[in-house]
Structure formats: structure tokens, C-alpha cells
Design a protein around this ligand. Structure first.
Ligand SMILES: [Zn+2]
Length: 155
């Protein structure tokens, strides 16, 4: 005859939804008393505790919930998972947006520089300042100052 304490009954009630075999193992683990599966079934019947196995969400531990076949989680956890994915995607898009805006800003500066260079080039040509107008943009890029300046100093 099995010997039952209130503590064991509590454990039984707590894990009954996982079935008799699981309950027996859990009672032994937590209370140090080994009951047979049959003994657990009899005790459960006596204390009016159902041993019907119910689904458990592996994510949040909700009992008796419908498990989504694709995610393997309950509806709430599945929705939260999808929301998390959308958030991550949004963060990625935001980073890409910032990068795209930065690139657009650099292009604006570049266009402004081209405009200014052309203006200087026209001025050089008009007043005979030598140096610019060759169209060598890259050659000018690392010059300490526009070549037009040097020629103007010499004039
Ligand atoms: Zn869940």
C-alpha cells in the first residue's frame, strides 16, 4: 500500500495534466517517494484529480492550450514570436533607411561641390586664371587648394 502525504498530493495535482507516469516520476524526484503508476492513478482517482494529458506550451508553460503546428507554441507565444520577427525586420529596415539617407546626403554634397567647381572653372576661364577647366576632377580632389588659386597668385 502506497503512503501519501499532502506534499505528494500537491505535486500530483500540480503535474496531473502531464499524465500518471510523469506524475509518479515527479513525486519521486521532489518527495523522494516512489509510487507505481497504478498507485498514482488510484490516488488521483481518490482525490478527484484528472490525469488526462493536456497540451502544454513549451514557451510559456500554459496548460490545455491549442498548439500551433508550425511554431509548436500556443497562439499567444506564436503571435509574440511573429511580432518579435517584425520588430527585428523593422530595426534592420531602419538601419538601411539611415544608411540610404546618409548616402543621399553625401550625394547632395557631391553635387554641390561639382556645381561650385564648375562655377570656379567658369570664373577662371572668363578672367584668364589658369589651371581649372581641364575637367580633371580626381586630380583636384587631393590638392591642398583649387589649382586656380595658385595661378591667380602668380597673376
Ligand atoms: Zn505559450
Amino acid at each position: 500500500m502506497s503512503w501519501w502525504t499532502e506534499e505528494q498530493d500537491d505535486v500530483l495535482r500540480e503535474v496531473s495534466f502531464r499524465g500518471a507516469t510523469y506524475a509518479a516520476a515527479e513525486i519521486e524526484r521532489r518527495c523522494g517517494v516512489a509510487h507505481s503508476v497504478r498507485a498514482v492513478e488510484m490516488r488521483a482517482s481518490r482525490i478527484h484529480c484528472s490525469l488526462a494529458i493536456q497540451t502544454v506550451c513549451p514557451q510559456c508553460g500554459a496548460v490545455g492550450v491549442k498548439i500551433n503546428r508550425q511554431s509548436g507554441m500556443c497562439r499567444r507565444c506564436t503571435e509574440e514570436y511573429h511580432l518579435e520577427q517584425e520588430r527585428a525586420f523593422n530595426e534592420q529596415l531602419e538601419r538601411e533607411r539611415v544608411a540610404a539617407e546618409d548616402a543621399a546626403g553625401i550625394d547632395d554634397v557631391r553635387r554641390e561641390r561639382d556645381k561650385m567647381r564648375q562655377r570656379n572653372s567658369r570664373l577662371c576661364r572668363k578672367y584668364g586664371f589658369k589651371g581649372s577647366g581641364s575637367g580633371k576632377v580626381d586630380g583636384m580632389m587631393f590638392a591642398p587648394e583649387p589649382s586656380c588659386w595658385n595661378s591667380r597668385k602668380r597673376v
